[in-house]
Design a protein around this ligand. Structure first.
Ligand SMILES: NC(=O)c1ccc[n+]([C@@H]2O[C@H](COP(=O)([O-])OP(=O)(O)OC[C@H]3O[C@@H](n4cnc5c(N)ncnc54)[C@H](O)[C@@H]3O)[C@@H](O)[C@H]2O)c1
Length: 334
């Protein structure tokens, strides 16, 4: 039985606690939030702390789940790992690429500590099937990709948690917070990216610091192109769409279903994502799968989980898109 602890009892923590409680091999040993008012969110009998270092010293968890504002991901993860616990950290992997690279160096120099990052959409059934099709080479190479995220966030979303609208605490807006999953998949499925040209803007009128709308052209190393468009300024949350054009076939994920698109306009249903009851549909359904796999990797002492180094490209892409948006020209990925 592994002992879990959750740091940060905000919106996403309920999914982590639910997935922990759904897994018979994990027990929720303690929870922590600096906000004393969150004490009531601790499930009955689970100790509540306001200091995560005290919690780790007293409760000795095997794993801490870091569910904190973005600026705290790397410092808290590293400090917990230095105290000897494995770490499962929410996305994004870091506030920016420089911090992400330092985190990946830390991971490399601490091979006995497992540090996992919650980019759970990689475990969606639709993505797993599409990745296998691409890797099989059956339909040739990737020659185009598209990722669209037409989402909505209210003024209250930012007002109620002011860290979300600020550069120093969020590291950006709709890219780092919402569409990081889609950018990660455009890289994971589409292949290595050489550079980007982007437009980064604000359409909402909320007085936040960070971007709410982005369009970018991803220039893949193999010469193909990827279109990425993301916004929080839609009037409602609509399905993410991801399309991958291979040399001899086209595939699309729409409303969590993977289709093969036929030249005559028909489409064949190939796979569908599981649903996770009690969560927002746009989180995707794979937190549970990612969390179960992470604990399994600790139990089996293997490397089968989503590492810091796997998540690094998503933050490098975001930094390059932000830079291209600022200077208005093509930016090569470092
Ligand atoms: N993977 C996903 O699909 C997904 C979805 C939503 C949010 N997230 C991520 O989850 C993280 C948290 O987002 P949220 O919306 O739940 O935020 P939130 O603001 O609702 O919750 C953060 C909590 O952390 C607490 N906190 C702040 N500093 C602390 C500290 N030093 N020690 C202990 N607690 C502290 C706050 O009091 C707050 O309760 C973010 O990284 C976000 O990007 C991921």
């Amino acid at each position: 039985m592994k002992r879990a602890a959750v740091i940060g009892l905000g919106d996403i923590s309920s999914i982590h606690m639910m997935c922990i409680q759904n897994n018979p091999d994990i027990t929720l040993a303690a929870v922590c939030d600096t906000d004393e008012k969150r004490r009531e969110q601790a499930p009955e009998g689970v100790p509540f702390y306001t200091d995560y270092c005290d919690m780790i010293s007293n409760e000795n968890p095997d794993v801490v789940h870091v569910c904190l504002p973005h600026n705290l991901h790397v410092p808290v993860s590293i400090s917990a790992a230095e105290m000897g616990t494995h770490v499962l950290c929410e996305k994004p992997v870091a506030l920016n690429a420089i911090e992400g690279k330092a985190f990946a160096d830390f991971e490399e120099s601490h091979p006995d500590i497992h540090i996992g990052i919650c980019l759970q959409n990689r475990f969606n059934e639709s993505v797993k099937v599409l990745k296998a099709i691409i890797d099989s080479g059956k339909y040739g190479k990737v020659c185009g990709a598209k990722g669209i995220v037409p989402w909505a966030r209210s003024r209250d979303y930012y007002d109620s948690k002011p860290w979300r609208g600020k550069w120093n605490t969020a590291g950006g807006g709709c890219m780092i917070n919402q569409s990081v999953h889609t950018l990660d998949l455009l890289y994971y499925l589409g292949g290595p990216v050489a550079g980007v040209k982007a437009s980064v803007s604000q359409l909402l009128n909320y007085g936040i610091e960070v971007e709410d709308t982005v369009s970018a052209n991803l220039f893949y190393k193999n010469g193909s192109h990827g279109l990425f468009m993301a916004t929080n300024a839609n009037y409602k949350n609509e399905s993410i769409q991801i399309s991958i054009q291979l040399e001899q076939a086209e595939f699309a994920i729409i409303e969590n279903v993977l289709y093969q698109m036929r030249p005559d306009g028909d489409r064949e249903r190939l796979a569908e994502d599981a649903k996770l009851a009690g969560t927002k549909f746009y989180y995707g359904a794979s937190h549970g799968i990612l969390i179960d796999k992470f604990y399994e990797s600790i139990e089996k002492d293997d490397q089968e989980y989503l590492h810091v180094k796997d998540a690094l490209m998503s933050i490098c892409l975001i930094d390059s898109i932000q830079k291209s948006g600022r200077i208005g020209t093509y930016v090569e990925l470092e």
